[in-house]
Design a protein around this ligand. Structure first.
Ligand SMILES: Nc1ncnc2c1ncn2[C@@H]1O[C@H](COP(=O)(O)OP(=O)(O)O)[C@@H](O)[C@H]1O
Ligand SMILES: [Mg+2]
Length: 519
């Protein structure tokens, strides 16, 4: 095994309860975080408590099948270690630093313990710079920070993984540094698919992947994040490179900690979470820091149990992030992907000093328009759109067009949406929003703005006389049970019940095109 064994300190198993193993050492009690091996290194156990003068309690990082009372356990004399060095690039590892890509173990590497302290306050640096993603809605309204931490919050199946994959795709080619992907407690299939995608895209040479997926025992999932971080810190501190650290999913880290805590017999705290959740999470998050030598930018998917943003796990995670992107099931069900709930999402970068006056004012105006539309929705549902003041009706038209324009076709979903992915520059995104707010597109059908890149594509779409779905909207109004986009068809946003009473945009292609010339 990679973690060197020193056979001098031998112990014997006293009890095994699932992943929790008590071991008796007569000669020397191993310190906390020591790595122990049983069955010739097949079973790895990390010491988490010293129970008395002779017994320690540890959590297994591997399944404990076959371990019995009296089994010999040897103290490796060290902690859990992972390989670092140039040799780990383009490789895939598990929590022990074993290569899992069916290739030989990496040569020319050092082994470092995964338990490390965050950088001291004096070594930290901040530079407030935007990290462009090429995704319209993110760059305009919730810009990411270079060297910051961004979270993608959402319940199951609202598009966290898709959005994360899209960001990897868009950024990795421009990113001069190294990217590290860490899969914690998610599906194994997703890890394998990502590896193949990255290989096909040719970006593997600057990437490292570390996985502890949902088939692993809790101890393993609890430590795999630290393993990835240790590699990230190596590139930052030793090679002075910028690192992009992607984690899917940080909630699974908290959840693994909860399982470990329960197994260790600690009293649960609120909603069954471990009493030490805050410390454990900050132990990980604080290590994701920028220093004078390099920056670690991290994007983390955060599963939100039962779509409840007040869940303690989500609340704790929020406080560590500079950008919080909240995905909403409602928008996803309307086909408005990426399903970002703009009124719940926020970024500390969205200030005039950082993004510039024009961008800031525009973002404010977009938010205001969307918020007004949100407020008007109840009235529209009760009284219909005709009852609104003409000014309010304009707000609704603008907001609906903005919502459509802020959708975007993704490279990550090309196979099943059939639409080619698009990267849009901040400038094009801002121009588009500005022109919609100036009502330049008020006579365009809403669908012309749906799933396009830059705003000019709306004109092309109308000229081509493509999707004008007004008739369908009438017949389906009030149904409220639209299916998700089906493979091979162009997904349409769900018509809201009030759509029937809305003044219909002129469907004729010539008309809209003529308007376009005027404007
Ligand atoms: N941008 C998108 N465009 C089209 N479909 C999407 C998009 N994002 C998510 N989906 C749909 O939602 C499904 C679940 O997304 P996924 O990212 O796996 O969810 P999560 O990771 O949040 O559980 C995808 O398989 C896809 O069908
Ligand atoms: Mg996912």
């Amino acid at each position: 095994m990679k973690n060197k064994t020193s056979p001098s300190n031998l112990g014997a198993v006293v009890s095994v309860r699932g992943s929790v193993v008590d071991i008796r050492f007569d000669a020397h009690l191993p310190p906390i975080y020591s790595l122990l091996h049983a069955k010739a290194g097949e079973i790895a156990i990390e010491v988490l408590a010293q129970l008395d003068a002779h017994r320690v309690r540890g959590i297994a990082l591997t399944p404990t099948q076959g371990l019995v009372r009296g089994s010999a356990v040897e103290d490796t004399g060290g902690q859990l270690k992972v390989p670092v060095g140039k040799g780990i690039l383009s490789r895939m590892f598990d929590v022990f630093g074993n290569a899992i890509d069916r290739q030989a173990a990496p040569a020319d590497v050092q082994w470092r313990t995964v338990h490390r302290a965050p950088p001291a306050l004096v070594r930290r640096s901040t530079k407030s710079e935007i990290f462009e993603t090429g995704i319209k809605v993110i760059d305009v309204l919730v810009p990411l920070e270079r060297g910051g931490k961004a979270g993608l919050f959402g319940g199951a199946g609202v598009g966290k993984t898709v959005l994360l994959t899209e960001m990897i795709h868009n950024m990795i080619e421009h990113q001069k540094g190294v990217s590290i992907f860490c899969g914690i407690g998610e599906r194994c299939r997703e890890g394998e698919e990502l590896y193949r995608d990255m290989k096909a895209a040719g970006v593997l040479p600057n990437m490292v992947m570390v996985f502890g997926q949902m088939n692993e025992p809790p101890g393993n999932r609890f430590r795999v994040g630290l393993a990835a971080l240790t590699m990230a810190e190596y590139f930052r501190d030793d090679e002075h490179r910028d690192v992009l650290l992607l984690i899917d999913n940080i909630f699974r880290f908290i959840q693994a900690g909860m399982e470990v805590s329960g197994l260790m017999g600690q009293m649960p705290s609120r909603l069954g979470y471990q009493p030490t959740m805050g410390t454990e999470l900050s132990g990980l998050e604080e290590r994701i820091a920028n220093t004078d030598t390099g920056a670690i930018t991290s994007i983390q998917a955060v599963y939100v149990p039962a779509d409840d943003l007040t869940d303690p796990a989500a609340v704790h995670t929020f406080s560590h992030l500079s950008t919080s992107i909240v995905l909403s099931r409602k928008r996803a069900s309307e086909g408005l992907y990426p399903a970002i709930d703009l009124l719940q999402s926020s970024s500390k970068m969205a200030t005039p000093g950082i993004v510039g006056e024009r961008h800031y004012l525009l973002a404010q105006q977009i938010r205001r328009t969307l918020a007004q539309y949100q407020d008007l929705k109840d009235i529209i549902a009760m009284l219909g759109l005709e009852q609104l003041a003409p000014e309010d009706r304009k707000v609704v038209a603008r907001a609906r067009r903005l919502e459509r324009f802020l959708t975007q076709p993704f490279f990550a979903t090309e196979q099943f949406s059939g639409i080619k992915g698009k990267i849009v520059s901040i400038k094009d995104s801002l121009d588009g929003c500005e022109r919609i707010l100036r009502d330049e597109f008020k006579d365009y059908p809403e669908s012309a703005l749906y799933m396009i890149g830059a705003i000019d594509e709306a004109q092309e779409k109308v000229k081509a006389g493509k999707p004008v779905d007004n008739v369908k909207r009438d017949s389906k109004a009030g149904a409220g049970n639209d299916p998700k986009p089906v493979a091979g068809t162009t997904p349409k946003p769900k018509p809201e019940p009030q759509a029937k009473s809305e003044p219909q945009p002129k469907p004729e292609a010539e008309h809209a095109a003529a308007d376009a010339h005027e404007s």
